[in-house]
Design a protein around this ligand. Structure first.
Ligand code: PGA
Length: 222
């Protein structure tokens, strides 16, 4: 499988900044690399349009409604995404668990919504609730997930996790979820990305994806 480089922009960027980022994004990818851009919802359509002729570049959402289409004001469900070419959905990011009080059950419902509608969920977990989270996901869906190991202490802190520790958790994740692709996220930078690519199937990048030059450097360090 290709190495995934997921750019999670979180709640950053204006329309103009997104246009600029996309215009400046000129990276030659190897065959075994896949870039996944996860912009805020209002920019999905713009990014979808800009990447449509770029092989190896895919689109993700940063979240997904746990409900189907219907009377759920403010939610964005799978049906709303039809026609945009969204391939992945990040679900259960620790910031959503923390600030939006997302429960393991909410995340499990999002996994079902995604997979039942042709979108691959990237399930974010920390080590201490990995098993509790997995238990609530329908068993036949578990092995269809991509899992991102994101230790809380490493997110946005510059304190990227020790590689040995990540390797250990990657093994545990595969024991619980099956032979799924596992990503690492938490202060990934052009300086440390290579270490994680040796032991994972890719990286989930926050801060270092905001500047297109830094993100391109990170991809090239592979
Ligand atoms: P960071 O964020 O790269 O800024 O640490 C990663 C994430 O939250 O997915």
């Amino acid at each position: 499988m290709s190495k995934l480089f997921v750019a999670n922009w979180k709640s950053n960027k204006t329309l103009e900044e997104v246009r600029q980022w996309m215009d400046d994004f000129k990276v030659e990818l190897n065959d075994d690399q896949e870039i996944v851009i996860a912009p805020p919802y209002p920019f999905l359509s713009l990014v979808a349009d800009k990447i449509k002729d770029l092989p190896g570049v895919s689109l993700a959402v940063q979240n997904l409604s746990s409900f189907p289409a219907g009377s759920y004001t403010g939610e964005v469900c799978v049906r709303n995404l039809e026609g945009l070419g969204v391939k992945y959905a990040i679900v259960g990011h620790s910031e959503r668990r923390r600030y939006l009080k997302e429960s393991h059950q909410d995340v499990a419902n999002k996994v079902s919504q995604a997979l039942n509608n042709g979108i691959t969920p990237i399930v974010c977990i920390d080590q201490d609730y990995m098993e509790d989270q997995a238990q609530l996901i329908e068993s036949d869906l578990l092995s269809q997930c991509v899992v991102a190991y994101e230790p809380l202490v490493a997110i946005g802190t510059g304190e990227n996790a020790p590689v040995k520790e990540v390797a250990k958790v990657v093994k545990e994740i595969k024991e619980v979820f099956g032979e799924v692709p596992v990503l690492y996220g938490g202060s990934v930078s052009p300086d440390n990305v290579i270490l994680y690519l040796e032991i994972t199937d890719g990286v989930l990048v926050g801060g270092a994806s905001l500047d297109v030059g830094v993100f391109a450097e990170l991809i090239k360090s592979n």
